[in-house]
Design a protein around this ligand. Structure first.
Ligand SMILES: [Zn+2]
Length: 412
């Protein structure tokens, strides 16, 4: 590339205060999905669009997915397009605007939506997942503009809604309703997962299935348990039985991290309000990440086997449902230009060898991979996404901005 790496690195570092400020403004707009009790991403999208306009970074287009559960009636997806020397193909960087709820506020050291700078990091809900992607891609573009270097191919920054609750109003909506936005020759980067030094490029994902287990028993006074059927006890038995799932789906693939399928009990809905009542109904959920070779129907069948055993043992009735079932998409080839270019960038800027690998996904990349589009999921992260006191290292913001600027300048 014509731009020397030293200048690029200096520029990225000089933008740190701007990146922190943008992070602070974004964090203050909690873009929670209606499924998580929020109003969606409209305010955050409007703020970003205004910011991009003020910075004169390029043309913005809105792709609104109708959603009557939020006050404005839609979930926004916004696209910033910057023409390149050759705009027949583009480097598309996709970040999501929505965040997950903060969870138990007592576990946070401060207000999750009021960004705090602590030494080498910034802390707040969304700073890493996925504002780091938003902020780095915008600043990479600013660097290119400062250097007076039009990108070699088109650059598109896409900021999507609804990643955290399934992408139906986000990337899935775009892929289905605006397929013209994506091209098989494009280089698509999703900066929404990675590892601590940026050497992991995700190209394959596990299938995902969220299983709902509804257990029906008989409510009664806790002093006469023989008159009821305690569904909380059945929940406990179900969870213990579910440990067998790993041996029912034993295959292992070292390119995935972790290498095996996982079956985790996660959420349990509230049951009775008082301690002296035996619950007659309980609902629990499992989050399962399954290696792509297993059909998801076989996972549901395994759950049914467990349910049958618990029904026989305890006399309860169990209904199974799925909240989400997504069979894994075909992997992105390891020699796709986007994968190769990230490897080159990481080598040139960090002197590290990045590798292609698979994860327990599913990231938004799956929606594109299912259409045969090559996507690399890559960023440099601390992996504090969804946790209390989620943070983003200042250094990671600078370094990922460098890589993105390099990709914009280098990709042909
Ligand atoms: Zn994310």
């Amino acid at each position: 590339m014509s731009t020397d790496l030293k200048t690029l690195k200096e520029k990225a570092k000089a933008y740190l205060p701007g990146m922190i400020e943008l992070q602070k403004r974004l964090t203050a707009i909690p873009a929670l999905a209606p499924d998580n009790g929020g109003e969606g991403e409209e305010k955050k999208a409007q703020f970003l669009a205004d910011f991009i306009e003020k910075e004169e970074l390029g043309e913005i287009q809105w792709f609104n997915a109708p959603d009557d559960r939020v006050p404005c009636g839609y979930r926004p997806n916004i696209l910033l397009t910057v023409p390149g020397e050759n705009s027949e193909r583009s480097l598309i960087i996709i970040s999501h605007m929505d965040v997950v709820p903060p969870g138990n506020l007592n576990l946070w050291d401060h207000d999750p939506f009021d960004l705090v700078i602590k030494e080498d990091r910034i802390v707040g809900r969304g700073v890493e997942d996925n504002q780091q992607g938003i902020v780095c891609s915008i600043h990479a573009l600013k660097i290119l503009r400062d250097l007076n270097q039009p990108p070699a191919i088109g650059v598109k920054l896409l900021f999507v809604a609804d990643e955290e609750t399934g992408s139906k109003k986000g990337l899935q909506f775009l892929v289905n309703n605006h397929p013209e936005l994506f091209n098989r020759d494009d280089l698509i980067l999703v900066p929404d997962y990675g590892n601590e030094d940026g050497t992991m490029i995700e190209v394959a994902e596990k299938s995902i299935i969220w299983v709902k287990v509804l257990i029906k028993g008989k409510q009664c006074h806790a002093s006469v348990p023989h008159k009821g059927l305690n569904t909380l006890r059945a929940v406990a038995h179900f969870i213990v039985e579910s440990e067998k799932l790993s041996s029912m789906f034993p295959e292992s693939d070292p390119t995935f991290r972790p290498p095996t399928s996982t079956f985790e009990p996660t959420k349990k809905e509230a049951n009775v309000e008082n301690i002296n009542t035996i619950p007659g109904e309980d609902v629990l959920y499992f989050d399962c990440r399954v290696l792509p070779q297993y059909p998801l129907e076989s996972v549901l069948e395994a759950f049914r086997e467990i349910a049958n055993k618990i029904e026989n043992d305890l006399g309860v009735k169990i209904e199974l449902g799925t909240q989400m079932a997504d069979q894994a998409a075909p992997p992105t080839p390891r020699d796709s230009p986007v994968v190769i270019n990230i490897m080159k960038a990481v080598k040139a800027l960090r002197n590290l060898e990045a590798k292609a690998c698979g994860i327990g996904g599913v990231t938004v990349a799956a929606h594109l991979r299912k259409k045969g589009l090559p996507v690399a999921v890559w960023q440099t992260i601390t992996k504090t996404a969804h946790q209390p006191n989620e943070y983003c290292l200042l250094e990671n913001m600078i370094k990922d901005t460098e890589v993105m600027a390099y990709l914009m300048a280098l990709s042909t």
